[in-house]
Design a protein around this ligand. Sequence first.
Ligand code: HEC
Length: 170
Amino acid sequence: MKRSITVSIFAIVMGVALISCDTNTQKGSGTGSDTGQGMMSGGTAWGTGAFRSNGERIYFTATSERGTSITYAGGPSSSGWMMMGGQQACVSCHGPNGRGGKHNMGMTQVMDAKDIRWKVLQPEFDAEKFRLAVVKGQDPDGTQLKPDMPRWNISNEDLADLIAFLKTLP
Ligand code: HEC
């Protein structure tokens, strides 16, 4: 039962993710603004209660059940990204399974989002290093993450929930 819910959420999200990565101009702008508006209005595209945890909800929608705001600055500056419109969430780039992947952002630009399943982030990241990466774009190796990775404004409690969710990803 639980599994079938997960699978259907997965299917819906995959649909959104595929659209997001679509470089076709017309399709991209139409569907992009639809999903964007749903998320901007504060709810989720799937209604309330569709997520098993707050961390999962944050990952998929960049909204928290605490009501705390989650915003970001930066992200890809290419036209492909701008066209998607609306609020983005981790899932937009890191995918429904957390494994990341390459996104075509335009004719020649490719954005390579990393695998952020918690087990893959180990042993490099702990909670504090994860926070620095997400909030400040600071890589544990001392360098800055590419500007394609947005800088997030998110509370420590919401970050903890997000980590708990990333830990559940196989
Ligand atoms: C617009 C696309 C995009 C979104 C949205 C996004 N990321 Fe990223 N993220 C990236 C890219 C691209 C990289 C790789 C940056 C680099 O190579 O320097 C990255 C890297 C990271 C890293 C560093 C991984 C490593 O191994 O160094 C973490 C952690 C991360 N993202 C977490 C998140 C979280 C959590 C969210 C949601 C709150 C999020 N990202 C949303 C694009 C995105």
